[in-house]
Design a binder for this molecule. Structure first.
Ligand code: GCU
Length: 600
């Protein structure tokens, strides 16, 4: 049967064309097209969107986006999906969680919705912003391909100004979550490969010339009396950007160079931000009719030798690792989920959280700013990556740039992590060094790290990347994957890192559901025993300056199917119900309580 599609020049040819997706893989929506959102009024596009899974990319082959809306009986040709009618799903959502038949679905899915628009003023632009879509998101408006974005956890913008019509428009987003050899992460992860548009989608307007970026931070010179302000403006402007903060009596004009960029430094002595005193200040930046705002905390994080200093005081990071995962919603997070996360971290007496293994929802770092938690944020350069592939490096660099541009005004974020448990090869070293260099070049106010592996051949900390990062993350599972717990002591004795070490992961599975064991591997008792030994051993080590055990909550993962896991990783200190605490929760909480009260 020969499909005839208006937009498919020769339907038969389209069946034989395996390069069908090349025109739709421009990756032109990236860190360079990000627009600062702080304080801008937005129109939500959340809600019901028409939806269709498309395993074989029939849609891109047949060019479903070229179909125009019309009643079914008026269609003049056969078609395999009509984007304008049919089944709907809520946005944000993960399709994996909506229907049993979509649980493991990996492929493309079409999202379509109307936008009724009242027109653009002469001095207006209209932007679309997608908070996150897992993994590749292609944007079509009124049948025209506008671009695509790679990366499953970072926001992206597209300027619709030249394409939006007054009246009814049709927006189509084609999201593809297939795991491939060239993506970041690649095809093997220890977390569930959800698919979908799982964070907010909004529209917002700006003047033709608008504030594209704003970065405000304390000068990291141990004086705590200078604030640096960087702005970037899109469009032509011969007037400066005005930046104000009434509480600090700041009202400064930032002149722009020919590229629309400007920076200045103002003298002032803000109250410093810290977990104990999360002091934030309200800033506004104005250029003509454009105004953006943000809440800024001022602090200095520094690494000297094996010490970490926050505002000149040495600190120990009392942490916990967290995934973005929910028993019912997958990666979709409500404010209440975030409040629960921080409430549990507080009960653990934490001052630190490792947001693994990808950029979490931007609300999380904003909440950490308000509540007083220090954060490790990370891009998913996880396990095996195609370290030799320039396209993969471009993808990783872009995800890091997007994360840094999105969160560099967040006082809570102290560490940018460029990866997790990658093999120590020449190719990986070159790949990761370029990411560390990029982070240092974009942001001189934070530390860099990565979660490194134990060098098992020598049972010591030895990873060539350690030379280039400020904080050495170490994932060690002595007592679990490394069954001989005593080797941890030898590992620590053998190591002389010369830099602060954060035990970025340690732990054990503890299953507490139906059919649980009273002792042995996967029992709650064994998990507690591992925590007891780890705490007793790690607390003695001078170069260990932080711990973020794996992990706060049990989380979903395809690769774990034994009778205690059944598709879940059970290392959570709290079960997947996000309520039931395991014995180890109380052990860690007590340990951190001692540290917090200086009893250590
Ligand atoms: C690794 C990895 C985690 C994984 C954990 C585990 O260290 O970084 O992503 O979930 O171990 O095996 O539970």
């Amino acid at each position: 049967m020969l499909e005839r599609m208006e937009g498919t020049e020769n339907a038969l040819a389209c069946l034989h064309d395996e390069d069908y997706d090349v025109p739709f893989n421009t990756q032109n929506l990236n860190a360079d097209t990000l627009v600062f959102l702080g304080g801008r009024p937005t129109q939500s596009l959340n809600g019901d969107w028409n939806f269709c899974v498309d395993l074989l990319d029939t849609g891109l082959r047949q060019k479903w986006h070229t179909l125009t809306p019309m009643p079914a009986e008026e269609r003049g040709e056969p078609y395999d999906y009509d984007p304008y009618v049919g089944e709907t799903v809520p946005v944000p959502s993960c399709w994996s969680m909506l229907k049993e038949k979509w649980y493991f679905f990996e492929g493309s899915a079409w999202y379509t919705r109307p936008i009724d628009f009242d027109g653009l003023g002469v001095d207006e632009r209209l932007f679309l912003r997608v908070g996150a879509a897992q993994y590749d998101c292609k944007v079509f408006l009124n049948g025209e391909f506008l671009g695509n974005h790679y990366g499953g956890s970072t926001p992206f913008n597209i300027d619709l100004s030249s394409y939006i019509k007054t009246g009814r428009n049709w927006l189509m987003l084609v999201v593809n979550n297939t795991r491939t050899l060239d993506r970041v992460p690649m095809r093997n992860t220890d977390w569930f490969n959800y698919g979908g548009i799982y964070r907010d989608v909004v529209l917002f307007k700006t003047p033709k010339t608008y504030i594209k970026d704003l970065f405000i931070a304390l000068e990291a010179d141990d004086c705590y009396d200078k604030v640096n302000i960087e702005v970037e403006v899109a469009g032509s402007s011969n007037v400066p950007v005005t930046v104000t903060c009434p509480e600090l009596a700041i009202n400064v004009q930032v002149a722009l160079d020919k590229h629309g960029k400007g920076q200045t430094q103002v003298s002032c002595k803000p109250e410093l931000w810290s977990p104990e005193s999360p002091r934030l200040y309200d800033f506004q930046a104005t250029l003509g009719r454009d105004t953006v705002s943000d809440r800024i905390g001022f602090r200095q994080i520094k690494q000297v030798g094996t010490e970490l200093f926050l505002n000149g005081q040495s600190i120990f990071l009392r942490g916990i690792s967290v995934h973005e995962d929910d028993e019912f919603k997958g990666k979709v997070l409500l404010d209440s989920d975030l409040h629960q996360r921080f409430e549990h971290a507080k009960e653990l007496n934490c001052n630190f959280m490792r947001f693994a293994h990808y950029p979490h929802d931007e609300r999380a770092a904003k909440m950490a700013d308000e509540l007083g938690f220090l954060l490790w944020e990370e891009i998913p350069v996880y396990w095996a990556i195609d370290f030799n592939n320039p396209a993969t490096l471009k993808d990783a660099q872009n995800q890091l740039k997007e994360l840094i541009k999105r969160d560099r005004n967040r006082a809570s974020v102290i560490i940018w992590s460029v990866g997790n448990e990658n093999p120590d090869t020449d190719e990986r070293l070159a790949f990761m060094r370029s990411l560390v260099d990029l982070a240092n070049q974009m942001d001189k106010t934070r530390l860099t790290s990565a979660a490194c592996l134990v060098n098992h051949s020598k049972n010591r900390i030895e990873d060539r990347l350690a030379k280039f990062i400020n904080v050495i993350g170490i994932n060690e599972y002595y007592g679990w994957y490394d069954e001989k717990f005593e080797d941890l002591i030898e590992f620590l004795d053998n190591s002389d890192p010369g830099k602060p070490v954060v035990i970025s992961e340690t732990g054990a599975d503890g299953y507490i559901g139906e059919g649980k064991l009273e002792k042995g591997f996967f029992s709650e008792a064994y998990m507690a025993e591992v925590y007891k030994k780890q705490i007793a051993t790690l607390r003695e080590r001078e170069f260990v300056k932080g711990i973020s055990p794996w992990i706060l909550y049990d989380f979903r993962v395809e690769r774990r199917q034994n009778m205690f896991q059944r598709g879940w990783n059970r290392k959570g200190l709290i079960a997947s119900d996000k309520k039931t605490k395991k014995q180890a929760f109380h052990l860690l909480s007590a340990f951190y309580d001692e540290l917090k009260n200086g009893l250590d």
